[in-house]
Design a protein. Structure first.
Length: 537
């Protein structure tokens, strides 16, 4: 059966089927993105922390804006070329459209990569430091984990003498990592005592694993198998015993409801004990000699003498100093500290002067003194340009961000004011895409910095975990990126596999390209909203 109105339009609406469908689909897309934009506005207005402003690189976003606008033009030219039956021109314009989509995603990938490798730290006094962490090294060479990856200097260090694993929840990669670290420190992790359990009813306990066996996933798997088998057997016995008790209780209390006799239904544990097998809930290993183990902060709940991993592995041993070491810092932010100070009625300047950063870093003190001078200059310029209002106060004053945040461009300008060379050409352009150029500007501009673990309030890369702004940023731009990829794949299909359709029914292909073009215009329109809201405001 032939479906009508695939190529020719309906007489009542003047539209063919797929055009009606795409408009209905785009209506649902408008509601989806409209909900995201509305949520962003409400969350920004009600934020209980300084909302990030103009934190994204404008140049890549601006380039992507023109790239998408250009691709919207070329997709129209591609459709018009099909209408004029000019296949070569269609290939040219559609190729440019797909190429623009690729450029957009490459720039977006660069932007994401920079964010996912940029470290932020909120201290317990709410001051914020941003930059890049150093890498653990020994003898001048970076230390690698068991997967061959470098380890950042943001670790919890424990001098462990004993490890106790939950036989059900132990995480195999962590077991392998602990064994590898112990070997690296020339230490042995061995079973602290024989693991024995009754594995057959009526039989004496047997040895599952012998004292002194080295830590391995295979050993834990063997103990886990015995434990799970025993737990399954015991659960079945307890269930059967409880079922028997209920039968007896109901027979002794005819006509009563279950809840009325529940308190009297109990298992005779003494009678049941001979039928149960030995469960092995945890197993301990000694570390000889005690060795220094390092853990990611998100994986461990650290304490002075005994720490616990997220898989319930208990680490007995002394908690060592575990500073968070920045190889370079490129931003100092007192905005949240000032907000909290005002809530408590404390003068912002006093709060900043008493912050841990100001008391413990000569570089931060120098940067803040230089910044204060820049703010005075900016205030004078605003006063000269705009004058004062009827109340006698300046019409324009520096923003909250300008007052209390020192960004990487500010630190670069401070270095230039102190005699450092100003970057130009390719080096300057590179910074617009990849952030501060540490190598070109040097350690004097972006020095290293170490923060004691007890001062760390919250640390994260610039990911959704850092704050609500980045959660929304990744959600909206990620969803938009999926739309770009999906639309580009459809248009690329018409480009590379549409020749057969063009030769058999060129109008049908033109209609499909028109529908694809409408979706592509919508993708462009969404970005027109995303760019100013997230990048400029």
């Amino acid at each position: 059966m032939e479906i009508p109105y695939v190529v020719t339009p309906r007489k009542d609406t003047g539209l063919f089927n797929s055009k009606i469908a795409i408009w209905l689909f785009l209506a649902s897309e408008v509601m989806l993105f409209g909900g995201f934009f509305s949520a962003y506005v409400f969350l920004r207005l009600g934020a209980d922390y300084p909302w990030p402003e103009r934190t994204l690189p404008v140049l890549p976003g601006l380039i992507n804006t023109f790239v998408l606008i250009g691709s919207s033009v070329t997709v129209v030219f591609a459709w018009a070329s099909l209408k004029l039956r000019e296949w070569r021109k269609f290939q040219l314009f559609m190729g440019i459209t797909v190429g623009c989509a690729a450029i957009f995603m490459v720039l977006k990938g660069i932007e994401y990569n920079v964010k996912l490798h940029h470290q932020a730290l909120k201290l317990k006094d709410y001051s914020v430091v941003e930059g890049h962490l150093g890498v653990e090294s020994e003898d001048g060479k970076p230390v690698l984990d068991h997967k061959g990856s470098t380890i950042e200097e943001n670790l919890i260090l424990v001098e462990a003498s004993k490890l106790t694993f939950d036989t059900v929840r132990f995480y195999k990669p962590w077991v392998e990592e602990l064994a590898a670290q112990a070997e690296h420190h020339h230490s042995k992790v061995v079973l602290a005592a024989d693991v024995t359990a009754i594995t057959k009813v009526g039989q004496p306990a047997e040895v599952i694993a012998k004292s002194g066996e080295p830590l391995s996933v295979e050993l834990l798997n063997r103990i886990q198998a015995a434990h799970l088998a025993a737990r399954s057997h015991n659960a079945a016995n307890r269930t059967e015993a409880l079922r028997s008790e209920w039968v007896t209780a109901k027979a002794a209390n005819p006509g009563k409801k279950g809840w009325q006799i529940a308190s009297g239904v109990n298992i005779d544990t003494a009678a049941l004990a001979p039928t149960l097998l030995g469960e092995i809930a945890a197993v301990s290993f000694s570390v000889n000699p005690p060795a220094k183990f390092d853990f990611h902060p998100r994986d461990i709940k650290a304490a002075k003498d005994q720490s616990r991993l997220r898989d319930d592995t208990v680490v007995d041993g002394e908690l060592l100093e575990s500073p968070m070491v920045f190889h370079h810092i490129d931003a100092i932010d007192f905005q949240h500290l000032v907000m909290k100070a005002k809530e408590k009625g404390i003068d912002p300047e006093v709060a900043i002067e008493n912050s841990w950063l100001m008391k413990n870093s000569a570089f931060v003190r120098d940067a803040w003194a230089w910044h204060q001078g820049e703010i005075k200059k900016l205030s004078a310029e605003l006063l000269q340009a705009h004058g004062v209002g009827k109340d006698g106060k300046p019409r324009y004053v520096p923003t909250h961000k300008e007052l209390y945040r020192i960004g990487w461009k500010d630190l670069a300008k401070m270095a230039e004011d102190h005699g450092r060379a100003k970057l130009s050409g390719a080096d300057a352009a590179k910074e617009e895409f990849f952030g501060p150029n540490y190598e070109a500007r040097g350690d004097e501009t972006f020095p290293g910095f170490s923060v004691p673990r007890e001062q760390v309030g919250f640390a994260s890369k610039f990911t959704p975990a850092w704050n609500t702004y980045y959660a929304i940023y990744f959600t909206i731009t990620g969803l938009h990126g999926l739309h770009v990829i999906g639309g580009a794949l459809v248009l690329a299909y018409y480009l590379f596999f549409g020749k057969k359709m063009y030769l058999s029914n060129p109008e049908w292909l033109a209609n499909r390209v028109e529908v694809g073009g409408l979706f592509w215009h919508f993708v462009d329109l969404v970005w027109i909203f995303v760019f100013p809201i997230l990048y400029l405001m």
